[in-house]
Design a protein around this ligand. Structure first.
Ligand code: CP
Length: 329
């Protein structure tokens, strides 16, 4: 039933457009209609997951290579589960034990896996825009899916966040989303801002100046910054807290976590300043007690964190299904 409905989606103009792009580099590669098609496909994939079906059969010819040069729990596991749900095979390369440690280049690593039959490379890397560079040199029948690059982009996170918010608000046009915390080092924030603005939502950034991108980048992003959290969340429909990325903070930044916690931690008391229906998102992993209190992170009425994680599998299934639809068995 779901597989039949997927085939109907694949026949649409918008799905064919997505498929013709071959790769998922960032959300700005897709038009609003194409984003809607990804969401429609993810909805079907979630229905399929809820039905606890056996793996699909129509994508069995695909082999997905997971190349994670940075740590991950959610993205790596959900790409693996998503590919398995589609009936594809998955190869998880253990980067630390691979020949990367002997100096093999990314291009040689990719071509080695492609020679063995891998036709989709999911890659997370600390270097900005490396997926885009890789996608330009690989054979035409190989897809590159960006699982996070440097501070530039994390498209599947933005898509799953959009999907999660759309389950609550249906149409996000004119909805207010406040992104709180370390925007400067956040690929999640950058992809979310691109996507939300493309889809007509109103986005505001909130945090200390030292955790904000420079004025030129903020202008290009088209977001305003509000330093005061109470003011920022007053009219928000969704509040997205971001992880303080300790590994990316420069040692000379001198960020006081205690000060950050006092001014920017989201907790139940703080939420008294917000709309009663405002919901909390966080891409994870959460620095508990810093960006969010334990009580709020675990509050099933207000926190969408676990829903985001589950939706991540459906959205990644959708994205791979749309990219693989030109080569079903
Ligand atoms: N949100 C996110 O990218 O989490 P992981 O680092 O666990 O994949």
């Amino acid at each position: 039933m779901v597989q039949g409905q997927l085939l109907e989606i694949f026949a649409s103009k918008s799905a064919k457009e997505i498929n013709s792009k071959r790769h998922l580099i960032d959300v700005d590669n897709f038009s609003p209609d194409e984003i809607k098609t990804i969401m429609q496909t993810a909805k079907l994939c979630l229905q399929w997951m809820d039905g606890k079906h056996a793996p699909m059969t129509m994508f069995a010819a695909n082999i997905v290579g997971n190349l994670f040069f940075e740590n991950s729990t959610r993205t790596r596991s959900s790409f693996e589960l998503a590919a398995t749900n589609l009936g594809a095979r998955v190869l998880n390369l253990d980067i630390d034990k691979s020949s990367v440690a002997k100096g093999e280049t990314l291009e040689d690593t990719a071509y080695t896996l492609i020679s063995m039959g891998v036709n989709a490379i999911v890659i997370r890397h600390s270097q900005d825009k490396i997926q885009s560079a890789l996608s330009k040199i690989l054979p035409d029948d190989v897809s590159v899916l960006n699982a996070g690059d440097g501070v530039t982009a994390h498209p599947t996170q933005a898509l799953l966040d959009f999907f999660t918010m759309s389950q609550i608000a249906c149409d996000l046009t004119d909805k207010r989303i406040v992104i709180v915390g370390d925007i400067k080092h956040s690929r999640v924030a950058r992809s979310n801002i691109l996507l939300l603005k493309k889809m007509g939502a109103k986005v505001e950034a909130c945090g200390p100046t030292k955790l904000m991108p420079g004025a030129d980048e903020l202008k290009k992003m088209g977001v305003t910054v509000q330093e005061d959290l109470n003011t920022a969340i007053a009219d928000a429909d969704f509040i997205m807290a971001l992880r303080i990325q300790k590994e990316r903070l420069q040692s000379d930044m001198q960020l006081s976590f205690e000060d950050f916690q006092k001014k920017y931690q989201i907790n139940h008391t703080r939420l008294e300043q917000a709309k009663s229906k405002a919901k909390i998102l966080h891409p994870g992993p959460v620095n508990r007690g810093v960006e969010l209190t334990d009580e709020l992170a675990d509050d099933a009425k207000l926190s969408l964190i676990r829903t985001q994680v589950r939706n991540g599998v459906a959205v990644r299934m959708a994205m791979m299904a749309l990219l693989f639809s030109r080569r079903p068995c």
